[in-house]
Design a protein around this ligand. Structure first.
Ligand code: SAH
Length: 406
C-alpha cells in the first residue's frame, strides 16, 4: 500500500492511538472519538494537531486534540496536515463559497458551522456588515489559528467589525483561560440585518448587537422556516417562545394580529424594537408559555396560526422522557386552540429528540386533541446550517407545518 505523506516516523506531530471502537467511529464517517476510545494519548499537549493511528500504528488521519473534553479527537482530515492555519483558511473560503449558491435574499446567515464545514469548534455568523465568531475548542483557540480565521474573514467578507462571543462554560470545560465577549477587529459591533428580502415587502429587518443579548444574536437556522411559515399564516396568530420576534415579524404581513410570548424581558424589548424597525404594531407578553397556553386553552381562546419554537428541552439523553412530555403538552394545547383551517408551526431544536421521536410526539398530541392534521411541510434548519449525513448532531432542528382539517 502506498504510504500517505506524513506517514514517516520522523514526522514531528504528536500522535494518538485509538481502540478498535475509536477506529470504528472514524470509519463510520463520524469525526468525533470519545476519550474512552483513545488507547494512548501520552504526552500530547492540549489543543494539538495530532496524527491518528490505530493500535497497530496505521495512519487514519489528522485530528484536533482536546485534553479536557469528553470528545478527545475531532478529525479534521483523512490525510496529513502540514499547516493547520492554512487549512483553516482554505476551509473558511470553501464554506463562504458553499453559501454563495445557497443563501439568497438575506445578509444574515451562518458562514461557518463547525463540523458541518469540516472546521470542528469554529462557528461564524454574518449579520450584514458585522461578523460574530465563536471558538469552542482548544485547537481553534491557538493564536496562529485565530489569526488565520480573522485574516480570511476580513479578506473574503470585508466586514466593518468582527466580534467574539464567549461562552464561559465552554471555555471552562475546555480548560481555556476565561475571556470576555468583545470586538476583535474593526469598529462596529451592532448593525441592522435583513432576511427574506425577495418576499415580505423587501424583507424583515432586525437589530443585531454582538455584545448584548442572551445568546449570539438571531436564530439564523430558522430563516427559511420564517418565510415558509409566512406562506401559510393567516388570521389571528400566536408566536410562543418568540425571542426577538423572528417568526412573529414574518407572520405580521399575513395576519390580522400577532401576539408574541416569551419569558425573557430583554428578548421582548428587542422584539419591540424590531417591530418598530419594520413599522409594525404587535403585542408582546412576558410569561411562561406553558402557563399561558394552559390558561388560554382552558378559557376557550382560538387562533388561526400558532408557532411553537421552545428552547432545547433535552440537553442530555437522560432528559428525553421529560422533554417529550413537554413537547406533548405544548402541542396538545396549541392544537386544541387552532380554528378549523388553522396552521401549526411546531419546532424542536433538541438533538437528543430525533425527527421520528418528534413526529411521534406531535402525532400523539393530535390523537389526544381529536383532530386530523395534514403535514404541509417537514423541514429542518436553513441550508447555511448544513447537516452531515453520518453526524446526527449536525441535524438538530425539526420544524413541522401542519394544517388542521377537522
Ligand atoms: N422562535 C425564536 C427562537 C426561540 S428560542 C426565533 O425564531 O427567534 C427559545 C425562546 O424561549 C427564548 O427566547 C427563551 O427566552 C424562551 N423561553 C424559554 N423558556 C420559556 C418559557 N417557559 N416560556 C416562555 N418562553 C420561554
Amino acid at each position: 500500500m502506498p504510504k500517505k505523506p506524513g506517514f514517516s516516523p520522523e514526522h514531528a506531530e504528536p500522535s494518538v492511538k485509538l481502540s478498535a471502537r475509536g477506529v470504528a467511529r472514524l470509519q463510520g464517517r463520524h469525526p468525533w472519538v470519545y476519550r474512552s476510545d483513545v488507547a494512548d494519548s501520552n504526552g500530547v499537549p492540549p489543543g494539538s494537531l495530532v496524527r491518528v493511528l490505530d493500535e497497530r500504528g496505521k495512519f487514519l488521519g489528522t485530528a484536533l486534540y482536546s485534553s479536557s473534553s469528553q470528545i478527545a479527537i475531532r478529525l479534521i482530515s483523512h490525510g496529513s496536515v502540514a499547516d493547520l492555519p492554512a487549512l483553516v483558511a482554505e476551509r473558511i473560503r470553501a464554506a463562504i463559497g458553499y453559501r454563495k449558491d445557497l443563501v439568497s435574499e438575506s445578509d444574515a446567515y451562518r458562514v461557518v458551522f463547525s463540523e458541518a464545514d469540516f472546521l470542528p469548534g469554529l462557528i461564524v455568523d454574518r449579520y450584514n456588515d458585522v461578523l460574530c465568531l465563536q471558538i469552542l475548542t482548544q485547537a481553534m483557540d491557538a493564536a496562529p489559528v485565530r489569526a488565520a480565521v480573522l485574516e480570511t474573514l476580513r479578506e473574503e467578507l470585508q466586514p466593518a467589525g468582527i466580534v467574539e462571543r464567549v461562552d464561559a462554560r465552554i471555555r471552562e470545560l475546555e480548560q481555556l483561560p476565561p475571556l470576555q465577549s468583545r470586538l476583535l477587529w474593526g469598529e462596529k459591533s451592532s448593525t441592522v440585518f435583513t432576511m427574506n428580502s425577495g418576499s415580505m415587502n423587501g424583507g424583515v429587518r432586525f437589530h443585531y448587537d454582538g455584545l448584548e443579548g442572551q445568546k449570539t444574536g438571531a436564530f439564523l437556522d430558522q430563516r427559511e422556516n420564517y418565510a415558509a411559515a409566512a406562506q401559510y399564516a393567516h388570521g389571528e396568530a400566536l408566536d410562543a417562545f418568540c425571542y426577538q420576534g423572528g417568526f412573529a415579524l414574518h407572520l405580521a404581513e399575513k395576519c390580522s394580529s400577532v401576539m408574541g410570548v416569551d419569558s425573557s424581558r430583554p428578548a421582548l424589548e428587542m422584539a419591540e424594537k424590531n417591530a418598530t424597525l419594520n413599522g409594525r404594531e404587535m403585542e408582546w407578553i412576558e410569561a411562561n408559555a406553558f402557563d399561558l397556553l394552559r390558561e388560554y386553552a382552558s378559557s376557550g381562546r382560538r387562533y388561526d396560526t400558532i408557532v411553537l419554537d421552545p428552547p432545547a428541552f433535552a440537553k442530555t439523553k437522560r432528559d428525553l422522557e421529560k422533554a417529550l412530555g413537554g413537547y406533548k403538552e405544548l402541542n396538545l394545547r396549541a392544537m386544541k386552540m387552532l380554528r378549523p383551517g388553522g396552521i401549526l408551526v411546531t419546532c424542536s431544536c433538541s438533538y437528543h429528540v430525533s425527527a421520528s421521536d418528534f413526529f411521534e410526539v406531535v402525532a400523539d398530541a393530535a390523537r389526544d386533541a381529536r383532530k386530523t392534521f395534514r403535514v404541509v411541510e417537514n423541514r429542518g434548519a436553513a441550508k447555511d446550517h448544513p447537516m452531515l449525513l453520518n453526524v446526527p448532531e449536525t441535524g438538530y432542528l425539526k420544524c413541522l407545518m401542519l394544517t388542521v382539517s377537522d
